[in-house]
Write a protein that binds this ligand. Structure first.
Ligand code: S3P
Length: 164
């Protein structure tokens, strides 16, 4: 079974995925890294400059379809995977269990508000609109919802283990 972590930018997917990978001795896949490789870019900004968000989404779909075929991996997704239902459908068809790391917008701003690496988290007003539009999608696809606001990444990982 794949463990698929979904959630908004800054919700801790990558950190929790690494902890789970160690605990369970399962390989960890960082989807964003593979998207960068496929787009032949070093940074997210370069991909968005090269082909806009649509290039990112096209590469992300290809990466997701490859990841969904794997078995027994921990998969840290990009925050926008829920925009394309085909992605989550394929993760589920492949036997993946989907964990939504639920984080308040205020906490996300504290965590990544000053980080300039994410093209879609530069303007906080726009990011909040994106956040509000995405929450129903994360909830729709989640098998398990984990509140991360009051938990450390290790505690979130334990909640994932409890949810398996
Ligand atoms: C995105 C989130 C990013 C990355 C891309 C788009 C989004 O991943 O996939 O910049 O649309 O929310 P993280 O959630 O890992 O930051």
């Amino acid at each position: 079974m794949n463990l698929v972590l979904i959630g908004f930018m800054g919700s801790g997917k990558s950190t929790v995925a690494r902890i789970l990978s160690e605990r369970l001795s399962m390989p960890c896949l960082e989807m964003d890294d593979f998207v960068l490789q496929k787009a032949e870019c070093q940074t997210m900004h370069q991909v968005f400059e090269k082909g806009g968000e649509s290039l990112w989404r096209a590469m992300e779909l290809k990466v997701a379809l490859e990841c969904a075929k794997l078995k027994n991996h921990v998969i840290s997704t990009g925050g926008g995977v829920v925009l394309n239902p085909i992605i989550l459908e394929n993760f589920k068809i492949g036997g993946g269990k989907v964990f939504f790391l639920d984080t308040s917008f205020e906490t996300l701003v504290k965590r990544i508000g000053k980080d300039t690496s994410r093209p879609l988290f530069q303007d906080h007003f726009q990011a909040k609109k994106l956040y509000d539009s995405r929450i129903p999608l994360y909830l729709q696809f989640a098998d398990v919802v984990i509140d991360t606001d009051s938990r450390s990444p290790r505690e979130v990982a334990i909640e994932v283990l409890n949810g398996i």
